[in-house]
Design a protein around this ligand. Structure first.
Ligand SMILES: C[S@@+](CC[C@H](N)C(=O)[O-])C[C@H]1O[C@@H](n2cnc3c(N)ncnc32)[C@H](O)[C@@H]1O
Length: 254
């Protein structure tokens, strides 16, 4: 069942995930290179990254399976009118009829695809949409097969817009590396605003990747696995390929 946070409650998502991405976007643009426009973002949600690229003059196109998310993204990109757009499509099977110079997929979004075969289908689609030499940067957590809970910690933060303030907790509850699945619980509490006291709580079934499984899935695609960077550290240091960790950015090239 699709998450309410991405469908009927997409406006809460839009506020909860509205933190400042400036430094990360500058870093991504450096990694993607000067010829990266237009940028493609699969599973773009409500378009926060599309807007950030477009505000810097770099055209960006997003796709998402949720009509509510696409509608919010289109609204965000239309006033003021930015060089960006969002379309409804499934990231495992899409044909946009054009090519791109780079792509990104942040905050563990690819883990919404629960099995490696879907990720391979996704990467095959991406390969047909990216020009040779393009980079695809994917932020995806890797679990340590010997100690799956190593480094796993809840994320707790607050975001506000107008008179609405939210407190968000996102945590992993179960990890099953044999099945390659984990359960993550999100809890969003409205702590200020007209709906003060309302809570949206959901469990998300996500893929749990290990470095070996990730490397094997990539080997079935046209992409080369170039590097890994630690997105949990503001200087984005490089980490060895095959290392587990949180918020890792994986750099692929065609
Ligand atoms: C955690 S949100 C991330 C949104 C966005 N990448 C961001 O950084 O804000 C996950 C998004 O993935 C979308 N999604 C899940 N499965 C998808 C699929 N098969 N194809 C396209 N979008 C999908 C959901 O609708 C949701 O908007």
């Amino acid at each position: 069942m699709p998450s309410r946070l991405y469908t009927t409650q997409a406006e809460l998502y839009d506020i909860a995930f509205s933190w400042d991405t400036s430094e990360e976007v500058e870093w991504l643009l450096e990694r993607l290179g000067s010829d990266c426009a237009p940028i493609l973002e699969p599973a773009c949600g409500s378009g926060r990254m599309l807007a950030a690229f477009a505000e810097r003059g770099v055209e960006a196109i997003g796709i998402d399976i949720s009509p509510s998310m696409v509608a919010l993204a289109q609204e965000r990109l239309s006033s003021p009118r930015l060089p960006a757009d969002a379309l409804e499509a499934d990231m495992t099977s899409f044909d946009l009829g054009r090519t791109f110079g780079g792509a990104i997929c942040p905050i563990d979004t690819l883990a919404c695809l629960e099995d490696p075969a879907s990720v391979v289908k996704h990467l095959d689609c991406m390969a047909t949409h990216l020009r040779p030499g393009s980079r695809y940067l994917i932020q995806l957590e890797m679990r340590d097969p010997d100690d799956p809970w190593a480094g796993v910690q809840p994320s707790i933060w607050e975001e506000a817009r107008g008179d609405i303030r939210l407190r968000i907790t996102w945590q992993v509850e179960e990890i099953d590396l044999d099945e390659g699945i984990e359960l993550q619980r999100s809890r969003i509490e409205i702590v200020d605003g007209p709906d003060r006291g309302r809570v949206l709580e959901e469990v998300h079934r996500m893929a749990a990747w290990t470095p070996d499984r990730w490397i094997s899935a990539l080997a079935e695609t046209a992409f080369t696995y170039l590097a890994v960077y630690d997105g949990d550290d503001e200087s984005y240091p490089r980490r060895p390929l095959g290392q587990a960790g949180r918020l890792l950015w994986h750099e692929l090239s065609l």
